[in-house]
Design a protein around this ligand. Structure first.
Ligand SMILES: Cc1cc2nc3c(=O)[nH]c(=O)nc-3n(C[C@H](O)[C@H](O)[C@H](O)COP(=O)(O)O)c2cc1C
Length: 179
């Protein structure tokens, strides 16, 4: 069975980001995937200390990141979801991303081959490029193929439809991964 790990980096558990995650999760579940979603604002995830302790492939920090490591180790697809915060990923998501440093040290650690982004921004024309580049470059660095992003602008005006942007991305995931 294809496994998917979704990491939601919004502080708002009723916001647009989690709605994007839920919509993507439903589509993937309907396709028979095993989907696990992690809301990092509800988890205890500390900052990477750059202590080099993970040079053997295991992070030394004991916190909830272990749940994400376990999930990632058997996942085929990683979904990174974030609102834009000053055009960048939220610090909640970035903190979890920085904890993926063990995969930089040990490229042989089991981890997803594919990654996608679910991004939203409050303004009418959010500058999504910065965040996309950050996600893409992390994927390049640790050996995942970035398949693209769903991008939803203008969330602060309310009444946001997450359906079509996420569904379009999921159609291209089906082509790229055969899902
Ligand atoms: C600290 C902070 C910085 C933000 N920076 C941006 C930004 O650079 N561009 C933008 O379009 N929206 C920005 N926003 C708005 C959020 O991206 C937007 O409200 C988003 O919908 C929040 O995600 P949520 O609905 O999952 O809570 C910012 C919000 C916060 C709190």
């Amino acid at each position: 069975m294809v496994s998917v790990t979704i990491i939601c980096g919004s502080a708002d558990v009723d916001g647009v980001t989690i709605r994007m995650c839920n919509h993507a999760g439903r589509i993937l579940s309907d396709r028979g995937c095993d989907v696990r979603t992690f809301i990092v604002s509800r988890m205890d995830i500390g900052h990477c200390r750059d202590c080099r302790g993970c040079s053997d492939g295991r992070c030394v920090i004991e916190d909830d990141m272990s749940q994400i490591y376990d999930s990632i180790s058997s996942s085929d697809l990683l979904v990174l979801a974030t609102p834009l915060h000053f055009s960048a990923p939220s610090s909640l998501l970035k903190t979890a991303m920085d904890r993926l440093q063990p995969y930089w040290y040990d490229a042989a650690l089991p981890h997803p081959r594919f990654c996608i982004g679910l991004l939203c921004g409050g303004s009418k024309e959010p500058f999504f490029e910065v965040t996309e580049r950050i996600l893409r470059s992390m994927c390049l660095t640790i050996g995942m193929r970035y398949l693209g992003s769903a991008k939803i602008p203008d969330t602060d005006s309310g009444d946001v439809d997450v359906g079509s942007a996420v569904s379009d991305l999921m159609a291209s995931v089906r082509e790229d991964m055969g899902l």
